[in-house]
Design a binder for this molecule. Sequence first.
Ligand SMILES: [Zn+2]
Length: 55
Amino acid sequence: MFKKVKSYPKGRKCRFPACGKILSIYNQGEYCHVHQGYVDNAAFKKTGKIRSGRK
Ligand SMILES: [Zn+2]
């Protein structure tokens, strides 16, 4: 059996404004590793909170 290495389109750039770093084809994200962490963190801060049913 042939194991296919997962890869992604070449030449994608980090979506973070003013970054423009070219992403590795093995990077499945949309950001370079620096900004991926940054975005994950921000997303966690936003959505990581437990939804309180307060209204
Ligand atoms: Zn970046």
